[in-house]
Design a protein. Structure first.
Length: 68
């Protein structure tokens, strides 16, 4: 039982925690490049002037701020 707990702890700290941090990092980068369309609420690039799904005119985000 003790061996199992030690192996489980090693697997958790060497595999699960780093993968979780990588996923969090990739989500944070995605949030900085995407925003939502005010008409259809789809994810569009932050600098888009027209939504690629509903073709509504949208103003580019000022200063790189996200609205996700």
């Amino acid at each position: 039982m003790l061996t199992f707990l030690i192996i489980a702890a090693v697997v958790y700290f060497l595999i699960v925690v780093p993968v979780g941090k990588l996923i969090e990092y990739s989500d944070r980068r995605k949030a900085a490049t995407m925003r939502t369309c005010p008409e259809c609420l789809s994810e569009i690039p932050i600098g888009a002037r027209r939504c690629m799904y509903c073709t509504a005119d949208v103003s580019p985000a000022a200063g790189g701020a996200t609205t996700v």
